[in-house]
Design a protein around this ligand. Structure first.
Ligand SMILES: [Zn+2]
Ligand SMILES: [Zn+2]
Length: 309
């Protein structure tokens, strides 16, 4: 069979598996009532197909090339020390290094206007569910994955292709999970691992969008002062700037001179009058001026909303 057909069959099988797991769960335990065939479902399905095929086919070679190039500039003492580590420690370190790389790639995508032109597509989703994970411009995905994987590759932290593939599959599946429309809470585990609650705050249409960047390990947000975990759910997702609904127009929009995309000014992400609801759908007003409530867990960080004015 033609390799492209094999690839299409592979991503279709993964999609069926994801639907089989998440569609019933979201129906039973959704934090927000929304139809399976919600608005923009087809757009997100398009992103799923495009990104699965393009990223799978074209990311590997540049990654290895850039990783090998950076590798040349790392002192041999560091490489020798890494190579001497036991396999389990190397694996743990590779997860940590990748997570910190993803964190900064993601955070830069919010803080640099040029990168936000691409990343804003992911945030334009107003109905967040497991498939929102796929809603991302290929440039956005390539950039953040480069930020995560290049340090791992250049430090020689990979545990071989099988381990790398396993880590990638787990990280990808976790991405679908944290976008799922699930009202489950996980108690103290939420301090250890990213959950739908953690990531839904990142998708709010307000200042809290610049919090909770981590893909899997929330302590990285704690480390860099961007952790946010109030005791209620947000109820408003998306961005204020316009975004075309067509996937074709979305894909070209970052390359155009459209000011609505090129100016993700901080005013767009200033704290707004956040309303949130608890699990019983009771509306709760948070502090209008700061967008914070008494449960916010900011650490002193360089991007405090007030400092950004
Ligand atoms: Zn983001
Ligand atoms: Zn997301």
């Amino acid at each position: 069979m033609h390799p492209l057909l094999v690839e299409i069959a592979r991503i279709a099988a993964w999609l069926l598996l994801l639907c089989a797991v998440f569609v019933p769960l979201e129906r039973l335990a959704g934090v927000k009532r929304q139809a399976f065939l919600r608005p923009e479902f087809a757009t997100d399905l398009g992103y799923y197909a495009i990104n699965a095929i393009l990223i799978g086919m074209f990311l590997g070679a540049p990654l290895v090339l850039i990783g090998a190039t950076v590798h040349q500039f790392i002192p041999s003492a560091v490489l020798d020390a890494v190579a001497a580590l036991p396999g389990g420690v190397r694996l743990g370190l590779s997860l940590l290094v990748a997570e910190v790389g993803f964190y900064w790639g993601h955070r830069l995508s919010h803080e640099m206007p040029f990168l936000w032109r691409f990343h804003s597509i992911h945030h334009s989703a107003e109905d967040v569910d497991f498939l929102t994970n796929s809603r991302a411009h290929p440039v956005d995905i390539v950039f953040t994955r480069m930020c995560g994987f290049v340090p791992v590759l250049s430090l020689g932290l990979t545990g071989g292709p099988a381990v790398s593939a396993l880590v990638l599959v787990i990280a990808t599946l976790w991405g679908f999970f944290i976008h799922a429309n699930l009202r489950w809470r996980f108690g103290f585990l939420e301090n250890l691992i990213a959950t739908p609650f953690f990531h839904r705050w990142h998708h709010t249409n307000g200042a809290m969008r610049d919090r909770n960047y981590a893909a899997m390990l929330p302590f990285v947000d704690r480390l860099f002062g961007t952790f946010h975990s109030p005791d209620h759910w947000p109820n408003s997702y998306g961005i204020d700037t316009p975004m075309p609904s067509s996937i074709g127009l979305q894909l070209v929009k970052p390359f155009t001179r459209d000011r609505s995309t090129s100016a993700p000014e901080l005013t767009d992400r200033e704290p707004d009058s956040l309303k949130a609801f608890d699990g019983n759908a009771n509306l709760v007003n948070t502090d209008v001026e700061t967008g914070l409530d008494e449960h916010s867990q900011f650490r002193g960080d360089g991007i405090d909303a007030k400092k950004r004015k």
